[in-house]
Design a protein around this ligand. Structure first.
Ligand code: ATP
Length: 233
């Protein structure tokens, strides 16, 4: 197994947001995490990526406990996050933002400036532009490219479609198969259920910090997803 969370508890000071979450991601798999506002999706991504710490055994990467590791060490192991809101360095150029991702590079791998520019050709044209001069979709491409520059075996994507036009979302999601073709697994966090079901091999639904449903998109009924997402009655 590439990644496992085992009874993961996480939160903020005294506020608990996750209550014993178990998820698993196999090498090369695409897993979607769906759930309503505040369900705990971003908290789960932060706990996996080391932004939030947990007990060592609550997060396993290739069987190794990493729950206690800080984010830079988690990234060096091969887990990269595209955070919600993109978080580019606004005064730096596209290329400088991408090169920041390369500072966390581990060993050799498929990703470098050239391959990111092949994935998103518009970024080559805008390579000298500051982050602030980019459209929302272009900023999202930089955020994904920056994460890829570390050559991850697991890419965590937190709401990469948020606030973008449908045609731009389509372009961004079209990059995922090419990322997976390099052997990397991808976790996408989505509020948009349709988008998630289209792209994922498996889906987990979170509600109020707990997994309420898991399965393959083709095996899950609309009614079951609705109940898991909003709460059954
Ligand atoms: P969204 O789609 O709104 O991002 P989410 O499913 O990602 O929702 P989280 O952001 O993980 O949910 O939030 C889970 C819970 O933790 C919510 O109740 C939220 O208010 C709370 N929370 C999130 N971030 C913080 C923080 N920095 N400090 C305190 N509480 C937080």
């Amino acid at each position: 197994m590439l990644l496992q969370t085992c009874g993961l508890h996480a939160g903020y000071d005294r506020f608990k947001a996750l209550f014993g979450v178990d998820i698993a991601v196999e090498p090369g798999e695409c897993v979607a995490i769906i759930g309503a506002n505040g369900a705990g999706k971003s908290t789960l991504m932060r706990a996996i990526s080391g932004v939030l710490r947990s007990a060592p055994d609550m997060v396993l990467h290739r069987g190794v406990p990493i729950g206690h590791l800080p984010a830079p060490q988690v990234m060096q192991r091969g887990i990269a996050m595209v955070p919600e809101g993109r978080r580019l360095f606004p005064s730096l150029s596209v290329e400088e933002n991408l090169l920041i991702g390369a500072q966390m590079r581990r060993g050799t791998g498929p990703w470098a400036l050239e391959s990111v520019y092949e994935l998103f050709p518009i970024l080559r044209e805008r390579r000298a532009s500051p982050g602030t001069a980019l459209s929302g979709g272009q900023q999202q491409m930089v955020a994904i490219g920056r994460a890829l520059m570390s050559n991850p075996d697991l890419l965590l994507c937190d709401e990469i479609s948020l606030g973008l036009a449908p045609v731009v979302i389509r372009d961004i999601y079209a990059a995922l198969p090419r990322i997976r073709a390099t052997g990397a697994a991808v976790v996408v966090v989505e509020q948009d259920i349709t988008q998630a079901l289209t792209v994922a091999d498996r889906v987990y639904c979170l509600m109020e910090g707990r997994v309420t449903l898991t399965g393959r998109p083709g095996d899950l009924s609309r009614a079951a997803i609705h109940d898991a997402y909003f709460g059954g009655h």
